[in-house]
Design a binder for this molecule. Structure first.
Ligand code: CU
Length: 158
């Protein structure tokens, strides 16, 4: 594979990814999801397919039922060499870009929803292909609530 072929592959992946964008972060009132009494709960996690050496993203709802804002301080996944919390932003030229979130905050008594076109956990340097039906393990460490390990099924975005 030469470099331009890789670039084409990346664009084919990235364009639908950016265009489904809504806002960079959506905090819902919790109409369908119920906040836990205390602490953090992570629900409905899923990952998009990715190729070996490529990238993927994990989406989820983070429910913070505690009375304090919590901060995401670390991540890891056995399938990725690098994991970051990304936000999608308007580059101002009609395109959407993504960058590492500088505010990994999860406000008290709130739900932060990660979804395509918004906030997501970016998996980079995949050490194997992720196909529909696979499962991906992800560990997240919050400054207050501590470490969580979740399993996200791989599926294609609707
Ligand atoms: Cu990203």
């Amino acid at each position: 594979m030469n470099a331009s072929f890789i670039k084409v592959l990346f664009l084919a992946f990235a364009i639908p990814f950016f265009f489904s964008c809504t806002s960079e972060e959506e905090i819902q009132s919790g109409a369908q999801l119920e906040l836990p009494e205390d602490g953090i709960e992570i629900v409905d996690a899923w990952a998009r397919p990715g190729r070996d050496g490529g990238v993927s993203a994990i989406y989820m709802h983070v429910l913070n039922g505690s009375a304090e804002t919590d901060t995401l301080v670390a991540f890891s996944s056995p399938v990725a060499g690098l994991v970051e919390l990304h936000e999608t932003f308007d580059r101002g030229d009609g395109m959407m870009g993504m960058r590492e979130s500088e505010e990994p905050y999860f406000p008290a008594r709130s739900i932060v929803s990660m979804r395509p076109g918004g906030l997501h956990v970016m998996l980079m340097q995949l050490n194997r292909a992720l196909r529909e039906g696979d499962e991906v393990e992800l560990s997240l460490t919050f400054s207050q609530a501590g470490e969580f390990t979740i399993t996200a099924p791989v599926r294609s975005p609707e």
